[in-house]
Write a protein that binds this ligand. Structure first.
Ligand code: AP5
Length: 233
């Protein structure tokens, strides 16, 4: 087990929460602060669909309907990613696990890697706030930067501030699909909250605050759980 150069310890973190709670927004900042890789199964699956790989072709219909991609496909993808050397100092899993079988498999994978789970951070937000947030989301297809047309718009309409690429609207951000994603979350992912609570790993964060406040609360939670103080960069 290798410790992380920036924090001096291995941090294996899960970012748990409904679609649109701000997992991607928080993950980018947090990974920069902690110096650990951001592993988003949603981003990985979207890369596969764009590249038209076999996995992408299998995943596409599930994603556009707002259903979970079958566990066997996601688990193979995550296992391969966690075998890469950049994860030895820890990682932040965003959007994984999303079902009880995925959580059970993850426990085994992290044990094999000698990186026991540090914490599962739950971003808590109610369904109606989520629907409003997602209807206004745009993202950069090149760098993944996330915008909100009202609360964090790009400086130039529809163009990424970082690299000037045209921003895209995710096809699963149609209201009917958002509502199905929420239903899937409540049925299949929400049971993980109780599971990580029983394991003593759960930290709950109010995701209805401004992004900087949410980030500060995440860092405070990590401080409480690990005894180490982390400062945003
Ligand atoms: P995935 O890409 O993981 O989507 P998700 O979990 O539904 O989450 P989102 O990316 O929609 O939202 P987010 O929480 O990251 O919010 P964001 O930061 O963008 O998964 C997509 C699909 O892939 C799934 O439906 C499934 O089909 C498949 N999949 C993925 N993982 C899988 C797995 N493990 N197993 C099986 N299938 C899997 O923020 C949202 C908006 O809010 C933005 O506009 C942002 O600017 C704004 N915002 C963020 N924070 C704030 C704030 N504090 N205040 C105001 N606005 C804010």
């Amino acid at each position: 087990m290798k410790s992380n150069g920036r924090t001096g310890r291995v941090l294996s973190l899960i970012l748990l929460g409904p679609p649109g709670a701000g997992k991607g927004t928080q993950a980018r900042q947090l990974c920069s602060t902690l110096g650990i890789p951001h592993i988003s199964t949603g981003d990985m699956l979207r890369s596969h669909t764009r590249a038209e790989t076999k996995l992408g072709a299998e995943a596409r219909s599930f994603m556009s309907a707002g259903e979970l991609v079958p566990d066997r496909l996601v688990l193979a993808m995550v296992k391969e990613r966690l075998s890469q050397p950049d994860t030895r100092g820890g990682c932040l899993l965003d959007g994984f696990p999303r079902s009880v079988p995925q959580a059970e498999a993850l426990t085994g994978i992290l044990e094999e890697c000698g990186m026991p789970l540090t914490a599962a951070l739950q971003l808590d937000l109610d369904d109606e706030a989520i629907v409003t947030r997602l209807k206004h989301r745009r993202s950069c297809p090149k760098c993944g930067r996330i915008y909100h047309l009202v609360s964090s718009p790009p400086r130039r309409p529809d163009l990424c501030d970082t690299d000037g690429f045209e921003l895209v609207w995710r096809p699963d951000d149609r209201e009917s699909v958002i509502r199905n994603r929420l239903q899937v979350y409540h049925q299949q992912t929400e049971p993980l909250i109780g599971l990580y609570q029983r394991l003593g790993k759960l930290g709950v964060i109010n995701a209805g605050q401004a992004p900087g406040r949410v980030q500060a609360d995440i860092l405070t939670t990590l401080h409480q759980r690990t005894g180490s103080r982390f400062v945003a960069n």
